[in-house]
Design a protein around this ligand. Sequence first.
Ligand SMILES: NC(=O)c1ccc[n+]([C@@H]2O[C@H](COP(=O)([O-])OP(=O)(O)OC[C@H]3O[C@@H](n4cnc5c(N)ncnc54)[C@H](O)[C@@H]3O)[C@@H](O)[C@H]2O)c1
Length: 271
Amino acid sequence: MRVIVTGAASGIGAAISRKLAAVYGPQAKLILSDLNAPALDAVARQLDGVDGCRAIAVAGDISMAQAPHELAQTARKEFGGLDALFSNVGISGRGQVIDAGIEDWDKLFAVNVRAPLFLVQAVAGLLEQSRGSVVMTTSMCGSHPSPLGPYSVTKAALVMLMKQLSVELGRKGVRVNSISPSWVETAASVQLFSNPEMRQRKESHVPLGRLAAPEELADVAAFLISRDARYVSGVDLQVDAAFANTLIYATQKEGDWDPPARRDPALSASA
Ligand SMILES: NC(=O)c1ccc[n+]([C@@H]2O[C@H](COP(=O)([O-])OP(=O)(O)OC[C@H]3O[C@@H](n4cnc5c(N)ncnc54)[C@H](O)[C@@H]3O)[C@@H](O)[C@H]2O)c1
């Protein structure tokens, strides 16, 4: 399994890299990409050569014009092709859409939307040859407005990009899907979850009662690129322990929807 993983130095990207190495062993041929060269090298060193796995680090900013071509070229040269792309890098930005400045807006779109598109364009031919697949990392913020307004807009665009590509590339035998996390404990979210009160508040809204570990996203991504998912394409898979289904409950207070008889005994039929 020849795979490019972006954002592989940390969090979900590092977890998927470890997962692929564990599942495919000597068949795992990984090209790991990230801006953070020292952390990326550490992940690649940890995996390369273990059980015959190959892991090559290609450091760089994924939003730069040459980055997608460099990754595609590495796949061609080192592994003779590519079976899957895990396009996972994403950056966030706080604030309201109404206040967004041109620089922040352009940077968010360059990393979160433009880079995945050009990366897919660069590897589409290789994936066509292998009848491979793409998995992108979106976010629950892509389907729900959030305090990270501009980020939400980029992730919504990424969902549509995934759906559009699933049709265009589906006709060439390539599957395209995405995973949509809610609360995952990674470097990106450490500030939020290191505050115990905030953590407890978030967890209390999740039906399963806890945050996700990056490995729980990696397991789903690994399924989506595997043969087991060979008839799955165009899906944005929520990996959120049913958190997105709790909108109505969020306004609920104990007793709100009790039948009138339970609230006021005088109104009951038998009174
Ligand atoms: N952590 C969460 O709660 C959460 C929730 C929803 C969605 N997500 C999404 O999951 C994905 C992975 O995030 P994570 O939580 O693992 O974060 P993370 O910070 O642990 O990892 C992101 C990695 O991307 C790299 N990166 C950032 N900008 C880059 C660039 N321009 N070029 C190359 N590499 C770059 C960083 O160096 C880092 O190693 C992102 O797309 C994020 O939006 C995360």
